[in-house]
Design a protein around this ligand. Structure first.
Ligand SMILES: N[C@@H](CCC(=O)N[C@@H](CS)C(=O)NCC(=O)O)C(=O)O
Length: 310
């Protein structure tokens, strides 16, 4: 694992922590948008490309939206190998489901970042939304890429389904903030904590929120009402990794999803959505976490189980 500093690859741990040993996520770098009003990035068919990992919960959000919004034929995809080692994400199609870099035949994802900006200082993360025309990264922040997919290509696809409807925006935002802090990022804060105190605090916050969500789901089908919205599509990739990875690998073991009646029902309902099911790959998920994070799993042994999960 590593980071680009002024365009040069420096090997370093993925576990970045602050003074109290709490995991600190680095901010993203490329934050442009695609819109008819944008001078540079216009919505066009076959102009954009996604670089993703099936293991990564953030990248899977963008894959889910690509399918839901019928963008499959308009936005192409390359999938990295699940192992993220000293060289960071790499392209190697020997693992089923992983692909070559379809655009440039590069070996490493960092070379795509370097192509966008030869002097960039950044983490090399997935997802990446790439513009084939100007040969640069439009955006590498999943929460923004899904908003772009939600609305910018509607005229092209004739799909006007809206997962961020005006009438529910306030509630969705509130839910997103809680879920991001304590669940999406909470599992990483638990797993990458370097002090007992940092772990205790993250894991407690995580399960307080899961208890609260289970309560909400006893009253309504989805997080914000009876139709699924962006809030659900941001949460589900984390829940789909919970019982197989986060419970053991990240020590999020106070309860499992299958112990929560409403959360279990909810995950099963979300799995009925084709776009969610088709982008869920347990082989990539298990291999990535258990094999890549050698600091917390030194012998890289991938557990066989569990037999039962949502
Ligand atoms: N905030 C980013 C987070 C993306 C992210 O952290 N992706 C992880 C994979 S799950 C990654 O690529 N990590 C590599 C690194 O941090 O060096 C997003 O939502 O797009």
């Amino acid at each position: 694992m590593g980071k680009l500093i002024n365009g040069e690859w420096k090997v370093r741990s993925i576990i970045t922590s602050n003074d109290s040993g709490a995991y600190d996520r680095l901010p993203r770098t490329f934050l442009d948008t695609i819109s008819k009003k944008d001078k540079l990035f216009q919505p066009e068919s076959k102009r954009y490309h996604l670089y993703v990992s099936y293991a990564c919960p953030w990248a899977c959000r963008t894959l889910i939206y690509r399918k839901l919004k019928q963008l499959d034929n308009h936005i192409s995809v390359s999938v990295v190998h699940p192992d993220m080692l000293e060289d960071g994400w790499m392209f190697d199609s020997s693992f089923p489901g992983a692909t070559e870099d379809h655009l440039y035949g590069k070996k490493f994802l960092r070379q795509i970042y370097q192509k966008a900006d030869s002097k960039v200082t950044t983490s090399v993360t997935v997802p990446v939304l790439w513009d084939k025309k100007t040969e640069t990264i439009v955006n590498n922040e999943s929460s923004e890429i899904i908003r772009i997919f939600n609305s910018s290509f509607n005229e092209l696809t004739n799909n006007y389904e809206d997962f961020y409807p005006m009438s529910k925006r306030k509630e969705i935002e509130k839910m997103n903030q809680l879920v991001y802090e304590s669940v999406n990022n909470g599992v990483y804060k638990s797993g990458f904590a370097q002090t007992q105190q940092a772990y205790d605090s993250a894991v407690t916050q995580l399960f307080t929120t899961l208890d609260y969500i289970d309560e909400i789901l006893s009253q309504s089908k989805y997080l914000v009402g009876d139709e699924y919205t962006e809030a659900d599509l941001r949460l589900i990739p984390t829940l789909l990794r919970f019982d197989t990875v986060y419970v053991t690998h990240f020590k999020c073991n106070i309860r499992r999803i299958i112990d929560y009646p409403n959360l279990l029902r909810y995950v099963q309902d979300m799995l009925l959505i084709e776009a969610v099911r088709q982008t869920y790959d347990l082989n990539h998920i298990k291999r990535h976490y258990y094999f890549s994070h050698q600091q917390i799993n030194p012998y890289r042994i991938i557990p066989k189980g569990p037999v039962v999960y949502p």
